[in-house]
Design a binder for this molecule. Structure first.
Ligand code: DGT
Ligand code: MG
Length: 587
């Protein structure tokens, strides 16, 4: 059947992209993550239906609740109708999720040799285990496969686990791969087999040692690994048996294009319009009304090619080559490397939205700024300070990095009320200044420093944004520190590593797997510099939220450029009006 579909007369005949299959990537996604954090705190919750509340929606719910029809991102009122005994816990403060995320990531990272262990959001991790797998491939003894030993260290031959190498661990795609005699001789088969056991071991440890069950996808690139993982959820794993190109294509063919990571909302929408010969269909506002076109339908569309995609998706403001990138993704090709992660985020930003009750008076403003500034200080202490020293006296702690820039952004409600999403997002304005160095003092408590930061720096920035003394109708306030410099390097000591440069390069390459910004209206499309969007959430999911409380931005933004909410390109301040006109004309 698969062969028939591939040889259909309409199947695109453009050059099929090729990718070497040397890498092995694991993608972990913790099951109902926020809910699991609460369950670990209070194990009695495990048997009850639990929903994690953020304002009027459920950020997530556990699988007991899902069994009763409750879904992620459901309105609380709707969830309670379906499940009257739903236990609601408040998940508005993200601190405990971040801490758990950091701990689990640290564990996975401790098992990596090449340190390519990249977090995506708080509950997903990519791991490039190619080197560990190659090493173990050499150790495998064909005469005693059932009593194999997987070595987790190349230094210590006793560190590892025993496993049965006569079969793969967990699920596979296809579910019953036809294992021919010659398959056993295929190096890729052996590598995938070993990887499935490594994934199984790591998942087991995540559960045993930390209490988190997870889902894992095993494949040869990030896109395929992430998609493979979704095949068997929760508490399971899937290895994509990509022994032939046909398997990969069949796997990709089944997916709706909007479900492919890196194919953002707008990109999918434009491709769908093209396939359906729609010209000016507006971007639908909910998933039910969006076309659910599959990869197969796109590739079988007459004369589909990377050049056609370039025409459909390209244009002023988008990066040249987007057609080829999408073409590759549709064929399951993704060369993006797993980032060698840093312990230090590229920026920390804290924000709150005031959709139903905008900020209009000095008293309200001061209260909000102090509260955001205090959260920012707490976040800086957790994320930018030496973890080992947190139990010691405050003054003996050390900063790992110093952000150099403070940025204040606001959005006003009047502009939010407009129909067009592009306009509401262009209305976000910001001002930056050097971050005062007193924030790094460990002699005063974070609350005192937060207040001083408001008086000395944030309020002056606010006055540069808003002349009026009151009545601003503020719908969002965001305070962000960015331009991280690793400590000890400010004066060029130790090589002068300005990590913002490192992040900029990494982000330019890897933004398609960017951490989602938790600010729903502020940035509906978190996009990569290449023009390929990536969303942890779809815009409609995001707009369900009235507000999010904090967001740690790992994405690059320097205060002088803006990420276009429609195409995701980074646009300098001076080019915003022209870029906005480009979209207005195009849509
Ligand atoms: P899963 O992976 O299907 O078992 O369930 P979760 O809860 O782990 O969902 P996932 O992996 O999509 O996201 C991880 C956490 O991130 C989740 O527990 C809550 C949060 N999250 C995900 N999407 C959204 C969203 O659209 N809005 C908000 N506020 N939080 C979200
Ligand atoms: Mg998850």
């Amino acid at each position: 059947m698969m062969t028939a579909s591939l040889s259909t007369p309409h199947r695109a005949r453009d050059h099929k992209p090729y990718e070497s299959q040397d890498r092995i990537i694991l993608h972990f996604d913790y099951d109902c993550f926020y809910a699991s954090v609460f369950e670990n705190e209070n194990p009695s919750l495990k048997s009850l239906p639990v929903g994690v509340k953020q304002k009027s929606i459920l950020a997530t719910c556990n699988y007991v609740a899902r069994g009763k029809g409750v879904k992620k991102l459901m309105l609380i009122s709707e969830a309670q109708k379906l499940c009257p005994d739903l236990v609601l816990v408040n998940g508005e403060d993200l601190t405990k999720f971040r801490d758990a995320s950091k701990k689990l990531w640290g564990f996975l990272r401790s098992h990596s040799w090449n340190k390519r262990v990249e977090r995506l959001g708080l509950d997903e991790v990519f791991m490039d285990v190619s080197d560990i797998i190659s090493y173990n491939e050499q150790l495998l003894n064909p005469n005693s496969l059932a009593e194999s030993f997987f070595q987790l260290s190349d230094q210590d031959p006793e560190k590892g686990f025993t496993f049965d190498a006569t079969s793969l661990f967990g699920c596979t795609y296809p579910s019953q791969p036809s294992i021919q005699e010659e398959t056993w001789g295929s190096p890729l088969y052996v590598r995938l087999l070993l990887s499935s056991h490594l994934a199984g071991y790591l998942r087991h440890k995540l559960e045993e040692d930390f209490g988190y069950t997870s889902t894992c996808g095993v494949s040869t690139n990030k896109t395929l690994a992430k998609l493979a993982g979704t095949k068997n959820k929760p508490k399971n794993q899937t290895t994509l048996m990509s022994l032939t190109g046909e398997v990969v294509q069949r796997f990709m063919d089944e997916h709706q294009i909007r479900k492919i990571p890196g194919m953002g909302f707008r990109t999918s929408h434009l491709v769908e319009n093209h396939v359906l010969s729609r010209t000016s269909e507006a971007i639908p506002h909910d998933d039910e009304h969006s076309a659910k076109i599959t990869t197969r339908e796109v590739l079988e569309h007459p004369s589909m090619s990377s050049a056609v995609l370039e025409k459909v998706l390209g244009g002023p403001g988008t990066e040249h080559g987007i057609g080829l990138k999408v073409w590759n993704l549709l064929h399951g090709i993704d060369n993006a490397a797993v980032k060698e992660a840093s312990d230090v985020p590229s920026q920390i930003s804290i924000e709150d939205t005031y959709m139903s009750k905008p900020i209009n008076t000095q008293a309200e403003l001061l209260r909000e700024l102090c509260s955001l500034s205090a959260s920012l200080m707490r976040r800086m202490h957790v994320d930018l300070m030496d973890e080992d020293s947190t139990t010691e006296s405050p003054e003996s702690r050390k900063w790992l990095a110093h952000p150099k820039t403070l940025r204040l952004s606001t959005r006003t409600r009047s502009k939010l009320g407009t129909e067009s999403q592009s306009r509401e997002n262009f209305s976000r304005s910001s001002r930056s200044q050097p971050l005062p160095t007193f924030v790094f003092s460990l002699k005063e408590g974070p609350e005192m420093i937060a207040e001083r930061l408001v008086n000395d720096a944030i309020l002056p920035l606010f006055r540069r944004l808003h002349n009026e003394r009151q009545g601003w109708n503020l719908a969002l306030i965001n305070i962000c520190v960015t331009n991280m410099v690793l400590t000890g390097n400010e004066d060029g000591i130790g090589g002068g590593r300005d990590i913002s440069v490192m992040f900029r390069t990494q982000d330019a390459k890897l933004k398609e797997f960017t951490v989602y910004d938790n600010s729903p209206q502020a940035n509906p499309y978190v996009a990569d510099a290449s023009g390929l969007e990536c969303m942890k959430q779809s815009p409609q999911e995001q707009s369900k939220q009235d507000s999010d409380i904090e967001s740690v931005g790992w994405e690059e933004e320097d205060g002088y450029t803006h990420v276009c909410p429609l195409c995701g390109n980074t646009i300098p301040q001076f080019a915003l009006p022209a870029h906005e006109r480009f979209h207005a004309l195009g849509e």
